[in-house]
Design a binder for this molecule. Sequence first.
Ligand SMILES: *Cc1c(COP(=O)(O)O)cnc(C)c1O
Length: 371
Amino acid sequence: MKIETLAVHAGHTVDPATGAVASPIYLSTTFERDIKGTYSRGFMYTRNDNPNRHALEQGISALEGGAGAAAFASGTGATMAVFQALAPGDHILAHVDAYYGTTRLLREIFLRWGLQADFIDMSNLAAVKKALRAKTKLAWMETPSNPLLKIVDIAAVSQIVHDADAICVCDNTWAPVLQRPFELGADLILHSTTKYFGGHCDVMGGIIVTKDGNEFFQRIRSIQYEGGTVPSPFDCWLILRGMRTLPWRMRAHSENAAKIADFLAQHPKVDRVHYPGLSSSAGHDIAERQMSLFGGMLSFEVKDGGDMAMSVAAKTKIFIRATSLGGVESLIEHRASIEGAGTTSPEGLLRLSIGLENADDLIEDLDQALG
Ligand SMILES: *Cc1c(COP(=O)(O)O)cnc(C)c1O
């Protein structure tokens, strides 16, 4: 099946009891035991498993071409389960431009728990090779990255990391459907389903998808239900509903973002535009190879630094000043001030999550805000 068909049907069955086409939400925390004491209907207690979570995991796993998935209450909860599946002393290679929350989780929590980590620019393959150690167990890729839209060559990094007998995780939050990490060599895929899967800024979630039934994933599965950071049945239902329209939304997000990137690239007050679809961008050639479209996220740097960037964000009428991404409404954000000390984001940079409004209206809004 093609991806649009999978998105509509994966993890979905008509309810056998009532014929309901939209699946029911199973709020029940507990399920009836058989007289013999077994659970022949498959569910026992919602922290362990629940019909809505099961459907979500099956659905996203099918969409990514995986062998299984474990859903969590947030993207960060899912990330944490991956790190918890490692052991003290294990070494992680992480992308220097990774999601700020991922970097902070490693630095502020997991270094104290005995993991070791190096943050390197994974678009530099020589740096990846050089940073490998005997204890390297896992490499954490993220592409396109946040907020500079750097592109990591998933196939090349996977090869290097596999040669060192380590596992590759790809945070695919910014490019679901558009990028197929399993086909390129990744072993695990992470999504913050808060973003494009949910798609409407009204639900949080995260998921780890595995390419095969490896032992590392079994540990993540056990952390999911022993640790208990599971999503609610309603949240699972909303995220799976979001998935039904995901391929079409990604197409529209990408089409709008490409138009806005072109507009910004020619604006006299804009210094640089970071969008992998622009042929002038550093990772364009690799992005063209590993992405079918270039996604709905972009960032740009204004000529006069931080004050000018804040003033542009203050003047937009359609773009909403808010963090996060992947919803139907366009958002604008000054990353440096939200990340605070230690940020790698330039002062003059604004990040845009391009929504599903008409691109002409968005361009007009940015034009008046840039003055
Ligand atoms: C938002 C985000 C996360 C974290 O997800 P939450 O759902 O906010 O916990 C991880 N990675 C990327 C790339 C993100 O954009």
